[in-house]
Ligand binder design. Structure first.
Ligand SMILES: Nc1ncnc2c1ncn2[C@@H]1O[C@H](COP(=O)(O)OP(=O)(O)OP(=O)(O)O)[C@@H](O)[C@H]1O
Ligand SMILES: [Mg+2]
Length: 612
């Protein structure tokens, strides 16, 4: 198709040129071959035709000259005489299209007399590196030319994406739109088989029915709630990820000097030796026997503490009395004989009589039975209780330092068990899209869950790819309001959470791509996000941003952002954005389409209709 010719080059100065516009093209819009085209605005592209080559330039200013009134004075005003006014547009050359390829180059410069035309949609696609609309999703339209913009599925979704902008600028809408369009594409069937998407939703914006255009066949929503326990909202976490010394030290806020080593040691035994309830009962009975046999060396209250821990597990009190009645080491009083004067101890060992009167076998059975019925998180809690008795019995650890930890363990475990289900395998519990809403989660859990999930699914993905030797499946982690967890400010304050979490996400962002693991982040405060993470993003969607720190951050981390687009950022309207990065090499100004029905639960509140 022919392009619309709008003027001719009348002046050239290096890469700058001026176009004298034909009179009939001085409109904001005009019809051309049945299409409505937008007239050239500042910022828009124009094409300078020079033989086979098309020089691509952007408009940076326009003015009029009055041919009959160069003195610019009222007395000579001929503005309204015919043919006196010329519209002059100034251009800056950006590159060339040669053999259907765009390159940034100054090899060709405009020449006086070259015809200037509106850049066609086809040329625009060549400039942005967009192909036709196969394997692409419609996201919106270009802001200046108002052409529909199709983003390539491959380079967008196989990349780490950053969506930034002030509050209310349209980030959530853009994020949702991107994935909504992907799920609407013809690939959905296969996507649902080989790819999984996890949305971390701090504000419950993506929990409505039909969100992302998906039914429950493809989607599962977890409404994490630390106040009300509900089975179907519990998030499945593999045992190894929860029962991890680093995670639990952070969660229980363990002090480095004594509490962390205590936890580390306890978890080592718990994860390695306590395979089942029998192993548990054997370990704890072994411990009980040692308390009795070495009663001269253990601290005086060890037996009572052991009994206390067993009672907490639910072992029969009357059964436990056999221990305290027949064998007491309280206050140094040793009672090692039964009523009919038989010794409980035979040398160093517990005698057969001892085993009988102390009811060791019965206690062992009860320990095993009670333990068996506990949910995994309680199992750990129970084991830790015994472990506390253990370290205090031989005074290997000052118990005064350990006790405060247990208060925190109790409160943490109370919220943990409401929201987490410890499982052996997570393969089948997650669907294609998983929305994890943290709206009703307390702060502790809000900090914990995103990290657990991310680490877990990342490791799973990494293992799978290492086993298969190539990427057969992909995982996509989408975090709206990412500053909540990727804030780098706290790092200097020695906050363990931040350190641990950032190191996980920094690994994901550095290594994820080769394992088919992709991150999409959205945030109002790019300046708060760790620079390591910011600079490794591949594609950026920048909505309106006004804060200087944020703008500065973008300037430093986005290699493909040009001056013109950068200056536009503070002036963008709702839903307008600059896209740039791997996928779109030349920054592209777009207006993202707003969904009318299915969209995030994040609309501006209209006070006057609320108050009517
Ligand atoms: N492309 C768009 N076109 C028109 N209006 C939009 C567009 N995107 C978003 N909006 C409107 O702007 C408002 C804010 O949108 P959105 O919730 O997406 O912003 P946000 O950047 O995520 O804000 P926050 O940082 O507070 O989460 C909503 O009322 C929404 O309907
Ligand atoms: Mg939002």
């Amino acid at each position: 198709m022919n392009s619309k010719k709008i003027g001719v080059i009348v002046e050239v100065d290096g890469i700058y040129a001026k176009v004298g516009m034909y009179n009939e093209t001085n409109e904001a819009e005009f019809l051309w071959n049945g299409e409505i085209l937008t007239g050239p605005k500042v910022g828009a592209y124009l094409t300078i035709n020079q033989g086979m080559v098309k020089i691509i330039a952007t408009v940076f200013s326009e003015k009029i000259i009055d041919n009959q009134n160069s003195a610019n004075s009222d007395e000579f005003n001929n503005t309204f005489s015919k043919n006196t006014i010329n519209r002059i547009i100034s251009l800056k050359v950006k590159g060339v299209i040669n053999n259907n390829k765009f390159s940034v180059s100054s090899e060709y410069v405009p020449m006086i007399g070259n015809i200037v035309s509106l850049t066609t949609k086809k040329e625009l696609n060549i400039i942005y590196g967009l192909s036709d609309n196969t394997d692409a999703i419609l996201i919106g339209k270009s802001l200046l030319e108002e052409y529909p913009i199709y983003l390539p599925i491959n380079t967008i979704f196989a990349s780490h994406i950053g969506i930034f902008g002030n509050t209310g600028s349209g980030k959530s809408n853009t994020l949702h739109k991107l994935y909504l369009e992907l799920f609407k594409s013809k690939y959905i069937k296969k996507i649902s088989k080989v790819s999984q998407f996890y949305v971390i939703d701090f504000n419950g914006e993506y929990t409505q029915e039909n969100q992302f255009g998906l039914s429950n066949q493809y989607k599962r929503v977890f409404k994490i709630n630390t106040r009300i326990e509900s089975k179907e909202n519990k998030i499945p976490i593999k045992k190894d990820y929860l029962f991890d010394a680093d995670i639990l030290s952070i969660l229980f806020d363990a002090r480095p000097a004594t509490q962390v080593p205590f936890l580390r040691n306890a978890l080592k035994i718990f994860n390695k030796d306590i395979k089942d309830e029998i192993a548990f009962a054997d370990i704890e009975i072994g411990f009980l026997k040692r308390i009795i046999q070495e009663h001269r060396n253990v601290s005086a209250d060890s037996l009572n503490n052991w009994v206390y821990a067993a009672k907490a597990l639910g072992v029969d009190e009357t059964l436990l009395q056999s221990l305290t009645l027949h064998f007491s080491i309280d206050y140094g009083n040793l009672k090692v004989k039964t009523e009919d004067n038989q010794s409980i101890l035979d040398g160093e060992q517990i005698s057969d009589t001892g085993l009988k009167v102390l009811k060791i076998v019965e206690i062992r059975n009860q320990l095993a039975n009670k333990y068996k019925d506990l949910p995994p998180i309680r199992k750990l809690k129970c084991f830790l209780e015994f472990q506390r008795v253990y370290v205090s019995a031989w005074k290997s650890t000052n118990i005064e330092h350990i006790n405060p930890l247990f208060k925190r363990i109790e409160t943490s475990i109370l919220s943990l068990e409401k929201v987490i289900e410890v499982v052996d395998n997570v393969e089948d519990t997650f669907k294609m899209l998983n929305v994890i809403s943290l709206l009703d989660a307390n702060q502790e859990i809000t900090r914990l869950i995103p990290m657990l999930i991310s680490k877990m699914i990342y490791d799973e993905q990494k293992n799978q790819v290492s086993n298969d030797g190539k990427v057969k499946k992909t995982k996509h982690l989408i975090i709206d309001e990412a500053h909540n967890i990727l804030n780098s400010q706290f790092r200097r304050n020695g906050d363990d959470w931040q350190d641990y979490r950032l190191s996980i996400f920094e690994e994901i962002i550095k290594e994820g791509r080769k394992f088919g693991f992709y991150l999409t982040l959205s945030s109002q405060r790019p300046a708060d996000i760790s620079p390591t993470i910011m600079s490794q993003l591949h594609n950026y969607f920048i909505h309106r941003l006004v804060n200087d720190n944020d703008l500065e951050m973008l300037k430093n981390t986005m290699p493909t952002l040009d001056g013109y687009s950068f200056n536009m950022i503070p002036n963008l309207g709702q839903g307008e954005a600059v896209i740039t990065g791997n996928s779109i090499k030349v920054p592209l100004l777009i207006k993202v389409n707003k969904e009318t029905i299915i969209r995030p639960n994040s609309d501006d509140v209209i006070l006057t209709s609320l108050w009517k």
